[in-house]
Design a protein around this ligand. Structure first.
Ligand code: SAM
Length: 287
């Protein structure tokens, strides 16, 4: 007997079964159940773009085809993971942010005998090296420990290595000067054939470790948390949960720094912080 299979009839246009979204949900569920990485609450619009890039690169034709590949080939999962965790970063990214940090956060840090700073979602480390330079110049580095974490171990390896493309140095020098840097930026690195190798002293007080903001809990308390350009990829519910993690991980009067396009509005935590610098998204835990 022949069985006819047809797609479910949508009751309303808005309920139209969106196959692409269904495949994406299945992919994210598959990744979670097979590998434990939970991307299910990342903002779907930008996830879709990145997943399609991998579909084309792997030539699987569909997202469902990609699901089959990543389920059976862990190497394909590693490649997809690199695509899913957008790692774009730079040294002294948003120089005005570092200028504000120098002016408004550094004086606060001088009031503590020792400080712990968490750079969450630090990618390949440019942010951490920038922070270390700033802290050295402010005379704070020797009494600071920076915990630099990311979900992606591949980027952490590059961060530990501390070698960045030499052709970026002009841009980074300009950023450094705009961020209030007063020395010669080239003092901080030596040009080697593989790139610009940054001074080892900059990472003496840095602990690099994998940490997943979605699934891992608090691991210490901090005087400053930088979580810049990470939550922008999360949907609202997930942003709220990560804000709970940030809040719980901050010391009283601790400082939280977000990216320029990120906010604490509508997170439930707006009233628990005061703004240290509105434009630069720097907040101080008030209660
Ligand atoms: C665009 S980069 C931002 C890097 C740096 N903070 C900056 O502002 O230049 C976003 C980083 O967040 C990391 N990331 C994404 N999801 C994460 C998660 N659930 N837990 C920890 N890090 C995550 C990515 O691997 C990526 O390195």
């Amino acid at each position: 007997m022949a069985v006819h299979v047809t797609a479910a009839e949508p009751a309303h246009a808005e309920e139209q079964l969106d196959l692409e979204s269904l495949e994406l949900q299945l992919l994210l569920e598959g990744i979670y159940r097979r590998y434990g990485f939970d991307f299910r609450e990342y903002a779907h619009a930008s996830l879709k773009r990145r997943v399609w890039r991998r579909v084309h690169a792997e030539r699987t034709g569909t997202i469902a085809g990609l699901l089959e590949r990543v389920l059976h080939e862990p190497e394909a999962m590693e490649r997809l993971l690199i695509d899913l965790s957008v790692n774009v970063t730079s040294m002294f990214r948003d120089p005005t942010f570092y200028g504000a940090f120098r002016q408004k956060v550094a004086p606060l840090l001088h009031t503590y005998p020792f400080t712990r700073i968490w750079a969450a979602g630090c990618s390949t480390g440019e942010e951490v090296y920038s922070l270390a330079i700033l802290l050295q110049e402010e005379g704070l580095y020797d009494r600071t420990r920076i915990y630099a974490t990311d979900i992606n171990e591949t980027v952490l390896d590059r961060a530990r290595n501390g070698v960045f493309p030499i052709e970026k140095m002009q841009e980074y020098t300009e950023n450094y000067i705009r961020a209030g840097g007063t020395r010669s930026f080239s003092e901080y690195y030596v040009a080697k054939y593989e790139g610009a190798r940054f001074d080892r002293s900059l990472t003496e007080n840095v602990v690099w470790a994998p940490h997943n903001l979605v699934q891992d809990g608090p691991f210490n308390t901090f005087h400053v948390i930088l979580c810049r350009n990470v939550m922008i990829y999360f949907d609202r519910a997930l942003q709220n949960r990560v804000h709970t993690l940030m809040y719980d991980s901050l010391e009283r009067f601790g400082v939280l720094a977000l990216g320029h396009k990120e906010s604490i509005r509508f997170t439930g935590y707006e009233s628990k912080y005061e703004e240290l610098d509105t434009a630069e998204r720097i907040f101080r835990k008030a209660k």
